[in-house]
Design a protein around this ligand. Structure first.
Ligand code: FAD
Length: 277
C-alpha cells in the first residue's frame, strides 16, 4: 500500500553556507520519498532570487519543486513572466498565495490582491500546465471578516481552479476535520493537506502563532511553558503531541502531510520515522 502524500517546505537562505546546509537537510529528508519540496517567497518580490536559486537546487537534486508565489502588488504581466521562467525550468506545481502586505504598501496599491485573482490568472494563461496549490485556514485567516466569509473565500479560489490546498499549521485536529467538512458541504472536493509545524522552541512558536492566527491549545501552552528553558523536555513532549496528531489525521482520512521544516531535518525526520515513512 502506498503511503499518503508527503511534502516539505523550505525558505530561501541568504548565504552560501546556508545554501550548502540546506542541500544536506534536503538530502536527509529525501529518504522519505517526498512528492515535492516547496520553497517560500517573500511578498513584494523580496526573496525572488533566493527562491529561484532554491528551486533550481531542488530540481538539480532530481526532486519535484513547487515555488510559492505571493501575488500581492504584482502586475499580471510580471506574474506571467515569472511563471514562464518556471515553466522553462520544467516546473509543474505552484503554491499560489496572496502574501502579506509589506509595510509601507497597502492603501492605493495596484496589481493583484487576493489569491483567487492569481489562481484565475494562472488558469487563463497556462491552462492545466501547473498544479495549483492554495492556502487553507482551519482556524480561519487572521484578517477574515468572519468564519463564514473566510470559508466562502476559500471556496472562491477553489472554483477559480485550485487543484489542492495546504493548511496553515494547527494543533487542534478537530478544526481541520471541521474545515474539511464545511468546505465539502459547499461543493469542494480537492485534497486538503494538513500543514504540520514541529515544535523546537516555545517562544518562537508563540511569536509565529500570534501573527498567523494558529492557536496553541491551553493545556499544551501551559505544559510547554512549565518546562521553561528545558529544551529537551519541550522537544520530547512536542514530538509526541505532533506525531500523535499526524497519526490521527492520517487515520481519519487526511490525504497527506506537508511539513514546515524551517530548514531543519531533525524533528521532521523523527516524526516521519515514527509515522512509518
Ligand atoms: P487569500 O486567499 O487571498 O485570503 C486572504 C484574506 O482575504 C482572507 O481573510 C480571506 O478571507 C480574504 N479574501 C480572500 N479572497 C477575497 C475576496 N475575493 N474578496 C474579499 N476578501 C477575500 N506568505 C508569503 O508571503 N510567502 C509564502 O511563501 C507563503 N507561503 C505560505 C504557505 C502556506 C501553506 C500558507 C498556509 C501560507 C503561506 N503564506 C506565505 C502566508 C499567506 O500569504 C498569508 O497567510 C496571507 O495573509 C494570505 O494568503 P492567502 O493566499 O491565503 O490569501
Amino acid at each position: 500500500m502506498s503511503l499518503p502524500k508527503l511534502s516539505f517546505e523550505f525558505f530561501p537562505t541568504r548565504t552560501p553556507e546556508g545554501r550548502a546546509k540546506q542541500v544536506i537537510t534536503r538530502k536527509q529528508l529525501s529518504q522519505y520519498a517526498p512528492d515535492f519540496f516547496s520553497c517560500t517567497s517573500g511578498a513584494g518580490g523580496s526573496t525572488r532570487e533566493g527562491t529561484m536559486q532554491t528551486i533550481q537546487d531542488i530540481l538539480s537534486e532530481g526532486i519535484a519543486a513547487a515555488p510559492h508565489l505571493p501575488c500581492i502588488g504584482m502586475q499580471p504581466q510580471e506574474v506571467v513572466d515569472l511563471l514562464n521562467e518556471y515553466k522553462a525550468l520544467g516546473i509543474r506545481h505552484i503554491v499560489a498565495l496572496r502574501g502579506d502586505i509589506p509595510s509601507g504598501m497597502g492603501a492605493g496599491m495596484d496589481g493583484l490582491f487576493y489569491a483567487n485573482e492569481l489562481v484565475s490568472l494562472i488558469k487563463n494563461e497556462f491552462g492545466d500546465h501547473f498544479h495549483i496549490e492554495v492556502a487553507a485556514y482551519p482556524e480561519f485567516h487572521p484578517q477574515a471578516r468572519s468564519a463564514e466569509d473566510d470559508l466562502n473565500n476559500f471556496v472562491r479560489k477553489v472554483k477559480a481552479g485550485a487543484d489542492s490546498a495546504i493548511t496553515q499549521y494547527f494543533y487542534n485536529t478537530d478544526a481541520y476535520f471541521r474545515f474539511v467538512d464545511d468546505v465539502q458541504g459547499r461543493g469542494v472536493d480537492i485534497p486538503i493537506i494538513p500543514g504540520i509545524m514541529p515544535i523546537a522552541s516555545f517562544s518562537k512558536l508563540t511569536r509565529f502563532s500570534d501573527t498567523c492566527g494558529a492557536e496553541i491549545p491551553r493545556w499544551l501552552r501551559l505544559k510547554l511553558q512549565s518546562y521553561a528553558d528545558d529544551t529537551a523536555a519541550i522537544k520530547s513532549l512536542a514530538l509526541d503531541v505532533v506525531t500523535e496528531m499526524c497519526e490521527r489525521l492520517l487515520r481519519e482520512g487526511a490525504p497527506g502531510l506537508h511539513f514546515y521544516t524551517l530548514n531543519q531535518a531533525g524533528l521532521v525526520s523523527t516524526i516521519c520515522q515514527r509515522l512509518g515513512y
